[in-house]
Design a protein around this ligand. Structure first.
Ligand code: NDP
Length: 420
């Protein structure tokens, strides 16, 4: 498009002007873009061709107790009911002693992929003898992380095909998520391999399948407090166990089971300024670790308790990327009161488990729609143009007639307006 040539070289104001000039937006829409851009300087640093800041609501989930510490949890999400469900789930778990979470390991992984290999086994044997040299090369490429107590720790090799070998580098990235640290190290390792063994490098890149960055959260809930809607606690617990089994058996259910978990996980990851695509990619890959896509959490009855467990790969950082740049990410760090990236991981995994508990509890007792209903009706009323006074009446009328579609909402709104 001609009018947009070298758009990236324009100033922010010029970019907005071009949109008007090219008849893509009106003058009042230009004003809207301008007023939504709460921090133009930061936006311009963060991304290219910046025009405005897109707004997603942030709220606080309550009742979290993890490893004996109380948290209020900032969550960024546009989905109704997520924060209410999170707080509700965390509250029941709190009354049962809270969540426990532990880190298994915290190493990020990246790969140098060698192609056109005609002697994969021989090459891997040769490279095996060079592990300490390659680790040294990686560390020299990013000496500051070594100074901080981190650095390259392990190298493993995988023969992906007779002509393709992956050199896997595992790095202690300390408080960072580490994508850029890894990528710098990997390119140095690739250059060394290329120089010494004259091999073809296909690519050198971080892997988002963070299998050595795992955290497990657990909780134990007395079965007798689970009774609801005329279903006794034992029955509810059995249904939890069945729901958990279903998510292991059926990928169609597993995807939705995990989406509910990620409702909580992503909301905290975004609030903390971390890369949620990295976490999404990691968690969904982990859900397929044995070849079939499965639920990420499990629920089972142990004596008089319902025991929940979730293990997630959580490649997140407490520094780096947007974290130090976006003021709200800094404020959220203050609200969350976590000391380091490992503690942040324990919080995120715990939110994932509590979110899953709340979703399953609703599903196996009253069904998911009841709890969701009021907030969804509010969005529906707003979407058809109801004002603040009209919204409550539209919701009440919709509830009365048991409908939740836009036609019914529109008819109610027209009736209300006709009364005036
Ligand atoms: P940065 O590039 O911002 O690097 C973090 C930097 O923080 C470190 O290099 C280090 O610099 C500094 N630092 C200060 N204190 C510490 C500490 N205590 N521990 C560790 N580092 C510290 O971010 P990351 O390398 O973490 O990469 C994350 C970003 O990369 C995200 O924005 C992500 O979206 C993006 N990304 C993601 C990819 C993916 O997921 N596939 C691919 C590419 C990018 P120094 O030591 O020099 O002071």
């Amino acid at each position: 498009m001609d009018g947009f040539s070298k758009y990236y070289k324009k100033t922010w104001q010029e970019r907005l002007d071009i949109l008007v000039k090219q008849n893509k937006i009106t003058l009042s829409q230009r004003q809207m873009l301008e007023s939504l851009a709460v921090n133009q300087e930061i936006g311009d640093i963060q991304i290219e061709n910046f025009i405005t800041q897109y707004q997603i609501p942030e709220g606080l989930a309550m009742n979290y107790v993890i490893n004996g510490k109380e948290y209020i949890v900032p969550m960024v999400t546009e989905e109704p009911s997520v924060i209410a469900a999170s707080s509700h789930g965390a509250g029941i778990i709190k009354r049962s002693g809270g969540l426990k979470a532990k880190i298994h390991s915290r190493l990020m992984m990246g790969q140098v992929v060698l192609e056109n290999v005609d002697d994969a086994k021989i090459l891997v044997n040769q490279l095996q003898t060079q592990i300490s040299t390659l680790i040294e090369v990686a560390n020299q490429a990013h000496p500051s992380i070594v100074k901080r107590g981190g650095g390259a720790r392990e190298i493993e090799f995988r023969i992906l095909a007779p002509d393709m070998v992956s050199v896997d580098l595992f790095v202690d990235v300390q408080e960072a998520m580490g994508a850029n640290i890894l990528n710098t190290m990997l390119e140095a390792v690739a250059a060394k391999i290329s120089e010494q063994y004259h091999r073809d490098i296909l690519m050198s890149i971080l892997s988002n399948y963070a299998t050595k960055c795992l955290v497990t959260a657990t909780c134990e809930i007395p079965i007798d407090i689970l009774g609801k809607n005329g279903i006794d606690g034992k029955n509810v617990a059995q249904k939890f166990a069945q729901a958990s089994r279903l998510a292991q058996l059926d990928p169609y259910r597993a995807a939705t089971h995990n989406k509910g978990i990620m409702n909580g996980v992503d909301a905290v990851v975004i609030a903390s300024g971390n890369d949620w695509r990295a976490v999404e990619a990691s968690c969904h890959a982990y859900a397929s670790k044995d070849g079939q896509y499965r639920g990420l959490s499990s629920w089972e009855i142990q004596a008089d308790k319902l025991v929940g467990k979730i293990t997630l790969p959580l490649p997140v950082g407490a520094v780096g990327g947007s974290i130090g740049i976006v003021p709200l990410a800094k404020l959220n760090k203050q609200l969350l009161t976590f000391e380091n990236a490992k503690e942040l991981e324990t919080i995120i995994a715990s939110v994932g488990l509590a979110q899953n508990f709340a979703a399953l509890y609703a599903l196996v007792t009253e069904g998911i729609q009841k709890g969701h209903m009021r907030l969804q009706l509010k969005s529906l009323a707003k979407s058809i143009g109801a004002n603040e006074q009209e919204i409550t009446r539209v919701i009440n009328e919709l509830e009365k007639i048991g409908k939740r579609d836009s036609n019914s909402a529109q008819a109610i709104l027209e009736k209300i307006r006709g009364e005036k």
